[in-house]
Design a protein around this ligand. Sequence first.
Ligand code: ADP
Ligand code: MG
Length: 228
Amino acid sequence: MKPIELKSLQYRWAGAPRLILDIDTFELRANEKVMLRGPSGSGKSTLLSAIAGVIDIPKASVFVAGTDVGGLSGRDRDRFRVDHIGLIFQVFNLLPWLSAIENVLLPCRFSTLRREKVAAEPKTTAIRLLNELGLTDPKTLNGPASALSIGQQQRVAAARALIGAPEVVLADEPTSALDEEAKDAFVELLLRECNASGSSLLFVSHDRTLEKHFDRTVELGVLNSGTK
Ligand code: ADP
Ligand code: MG
């Protein structure tokens, strides 16, 4: 089953003069790691929101793991998202009063499917993922997320996206706050963990230096040929 399939996806923000998304076809294949590039304001975050079912999209335009996301009711979309998609945002949206470990466990709290895919005890898996992403200090793992550095928050957000092996991981410019060396290291860790969990990755960035890590790069402007 294809992790992501787009068919004639069109989207216009309310009041906007033209379509921001007008994509004939796009596929993300199983285990594929794709970088999505495009200038600021070109609709990259809008596309991720469409795939994640955060915005209303037409029926039969977005399929994630074989499910027609636009055909689901709002509630079913929320459930589907937590079951099948790991999200890493530009700002990491950690719950500041929870610990790093508790933040990573959130998808398992909200999704039986994700919890069942975790072979070991969920907490053990959360700690393993955080360790693999380079967070090992018990104080860092157990203290409030509000005390973490940006780079640490990024890793916690990645572990939270990866726990319970979702079919698809969507990352929206997660490296924009990191320095050059930290960027490469973060992307390498993220790719390794996606491979380990069998998740496909759609990674938004405008940073060409990261391109070498991915199976292919897609330009939103080329995908979006309908509007140009
Ligand atoms: P990118 O992520 O490539 O920088 P975005 O998808 O964030 O681009 O935005 C693309 C366009 O959609 C912009 O013109 C922006 O103003 C518009 N847009 C984004 N979010 C909203 C929103 N919530 N409401 C209305 N317009 C929006
Ligand atoms: Mg954006």
